[in-house]
Design a binder for this molecule. Structure first.
Ligand SMILES: [Zn+2]
Length: 87
């Protein structure tokens, strides 16, 4: 799921090799969930982690990729942020 997200990021021009190199902050894993942020407010790696948790939560599992300094997102929260519909 994580790597699949990068494929989508390339296709939608959110990610290019150059952009990836120029944003070292985007390399850090674990996102801090903020329901007021949009998906594009999160850097590349965090979008991928967010999507991985979106997948987990919609499969009845626990979020596992968030920054433990904050609270995990709920399924309702994450479904509002991720720009996909869970089928
Ligand atoms: Zn990645």
């Amino acid at each position: 799921m994580h790597e699949l997200c990068h494929v989508w990021q390339y296709k939608t021009k959110r990610l290019s090799a150059l952009k990836y190199l120029l944003r070292p902050a985007g390399w850090a894993y674990f996102y801090q969930f903020n329901p007021k942020k949009t998906f594009d407010d999160y850097p590349t790696e965090k979008q991928a982690d967010l999507l991985q948790d979106w997948y987990l939560l919609n499969n009845g599992k626990q979020a596992d990729n968030y920054d433990r300094a904050g609270a995990p997102p709920t399924k309702a929260d994450i479904n509002k942020v991720v720009p996909f519909k869970w089928a």
